[in-house]
Structure formats: C-alpha cells, structure tokens
Ligand binder design. Structure first.
Ligand code: SF4
Ligand code: SF4
Length: 343
C-alpha cells in the first residue's frame, strides 16, 4: 500500500534510512545534477534529468576487477587476488523512471541465461531504488515512444509522486516494501491522493510531444536497415566524440586493461569504452570491421533499435531520456535517426 511523506518530514525519513543504507540521490555539483551520497539537505528533487545517467552506480566508469602480483615462489607466475565487489547496502532516492528502466534493459545484458556479470549483479542486489516520477518531462524526452514513460515502474523498487506538499510513495518490490517499512515519517494517504497522483502521471505523459515511430523497424530485415541510404548522410557531421554513449543510461561498451602499478603488481581494470571509437573494434590483426564513421554511427543506432530488441523480445535499448539529443555537440538527434530508420 502507498504511503505519504510530507516534505517537511523528508529529513527524518532520509535520516532513518541512513541508519540501514548508504543513501544516494540527485545532488547539485558544479552546477549539474548528478547522483551521489546525500543527506536530506543535499537532495535536489526539482531537477528534470541528471546531467549524466546514474549507470555508474552499478557500472562504474573505471572498475578494478582483480589484482595481480608476481608469485615470489614461482618464476613467471602470478597470484591473482579478488577485490571485494559488494558495496554496503545502498538506497537511491529520486531516480527518474527512464534511468531505472535502463537498468531493466541492462539487467538482461549483464545477467541472462548464458552468464551473470558479478560486478554488476552484486551492486544491483545491494541497492534499493526509490524512483521519483517525472512531473515535468523535458522537451527532448520521448520515453513513451520507446515503450517507457515518465511514471514507468520497471527497474524501480518503489515510486514516489510529488504531490506538492509531499510525496505519495508506492512500493513495487519486496526490497522496496522492506525499506519503507523501516522508514520514519510515512503516514497513510488521506483523501484523494491516489487520484491526484494518477492525474499528475497522466498529464506528464500527455505533455510529451515527441513522437518517434519504431514499428517498421521490427518488420524490416537487419540487412534492409543496415543498407538503408540514410546512413550515408547521418554520419557526416558526427565527431565520434563518444559523448552520446558516455551519458546514455543504456550504453555499456567496455574495455579491459591491465594497469601495472609497480614492477611486481598491478590491477585488471574495466573501463567504459564507446562504439564510436575506431580503437574499440580494431582486431589484433589490424583489421577493423567498423573502419569509418558511417559504420560506427550505424552500429550505435542499430544496436539500440534493432539488435537489442531482436535478442530481448522487443525491448528497445533506448529509454528516451533525451540526454544524447541535448549534449551532442553537432546536434545529431536520435529521434530523427530513428524516424529515418522507421521510414
Ligand atoms: S555525441 Fe554526437 S558527435 Fe559525439 S559521437 Fe555522439 S553522435 Fe557523434
Ligand atoms: S540513446 Fe539517447 S535518448 Fe536513448 S537512452 Fe541513450 S542517451 Fe537517452
């Protein structure tokens, strides 16, 4: 059952959660909203969309996978040492539904019937996410076109709706239920709070005017889309800077490198990479299957809108957050590219 939290009780609520979890949320840093450890006073809950996505909470930009040391007892051999993967229990308050939906997408990449990525999974298991519905989506948002929405619930453990004086918080999972059961400041909703929350969600959905049709993409073959003529112009202005991939909540390309820290030891590290980079796909032979900008730009869009849906039962690999639209330095707009693909 949903609970009500007055904004004047937010400090007590967050304080009580902080006894059991490390609390994180949207905070302002250098004029930008990012997700970081937060007390109630730090939380910036009137943001529209954080500058970068919170994917780094589960998939850090750079992550040590294990350490290696030269074996003192055996020449040329190494001793490998695991790192402690699991964070202390964490609770994220105020995540936008599009970013949580991205975790729903990435959960199927990092944990599926073939393998489980422990680096991802331990952090997912240790984290409770209380989302904050998006009362005022940005003009660049298009989440409903890709199957999500400003109050979408996939990937969240609970969802809060800002009613003005307080939040109506609905648990969605056992984890969410458990976290809310131990929190202070929650009361039973009064009057027509449910109806008010539903009206806010409907108005938010209605306010999103960007329509991006995707239906034809599924009926076209991979090769029809791959060879479509529009790729010959989409790539021209792209700088291959990678900004779109680094800010995207669903992009998850990575590279693994050994970083030597002394003559005897070092770390194996996983770092974000980008399909926009020529280096990302070059083979040891020197052959590069995506040698030019056209192939790399095409890959980014084909991956999200054709390959992921083909493999994951229609689930689109873009949640419509609009970050890449806002931040691409040469104004390449994913909505236009997808309209071209669909046409
Ligand atoms: S942000 Fe724009 S210019 Fe940079 S790689 Fe992405 S599409 Fe190309
Ligand atoms: S492709 Fe662009 S709009 Fe889609 S999820 Fe990534 S950053 Fe957001």
């Amino acid at each position: 059952m949903a609970k009500y939290l007055k904004k004047s009780d937010l400090a007590g609520f967050i304080g009580s959660l902080a006894g059991q979890y490390q609390v994180l949320g949207p905070v302002e840093k250098d004029g930008r909203v990012v997700f970081a450890p937060a007390g109630a006073a730090d939380l910036k809950l009137d943001f529209q969309n954080s500058h970068t996505s919170p994917k780094d909470l589960f998939f850090p930009q750079s992550e040590r996978m294990f350490q290696f040391t030269l074996d003192p007892n055996k020449e040329g051999a190494f001793v490998l040492q695991d790192v402690d993967l699991a964070p202390a229990p964490r609770l994220v308050f105020g995540m936008r539904p599009c970013d949580a939906a991205a975790f729903f997408v990435l959960d199927r990449v990092f944990k599926n019937d073939q393998f489980t990525d422990p680096y991802w999974q331990v952090k997912r298991d240790a984290t409770v996410i209380i989302g904050l519905g998006c009362n005022q989506p940005c003009p660049t948002c298009f989440c409903p076109s890709v199957g999500y929405g400003p109050f979408h619930e996939d990937g969240l453990d609970a969802i809060a709706t800002d009613l003005g004086d307080g939040f109506l918080i609905k648990p969605l999972t056992e984890k969410g239920q458990k976290a809310l059961a131990g929190a202070k400041g929650l009361t039973d909703p009064e009057g027509k709070m449910d109806e008010k929350a539903a009206a806010i969600a409907a108005a938010a959905q209605e306010s999103i005017k960007s329509e991006v049709p995707t239906r034809n993409i599924y009926t076209r073959t991979v090769m029809e889309l791959f060879n479509a003529p529009h790729w010959d112009r989409v790539f021209e202005s792209c700088l291959n800077c990678g900004t779109c991939t680094y800010v995207c909540p669903t992009c998850h390309c990575f590279d693994i490198q050994d970083e030597v820290t002394s003559a005897k030891d070092g770390d194996r590290v996983r770092n974000w990479d980008t399909c926009m980079s020529w280096l990302f796909t070059i083979h040891g032979t020197g052959h590069n299957p995506r040698p030019g900008k056209k192939e790399r730009v095409r890959q980014r869009f084909m991956h999200k809108f054709k390959y992921i849906p083909m493999k994951r039962g229609g689930l689109i690999g873009c949640v419509g957050c609009g970050r890449c639209v806002n931040l691409c330095p040469v104004n390449i707009d994913v909505r236009d590219v997808v309209r071209d693909m669909n046409a």
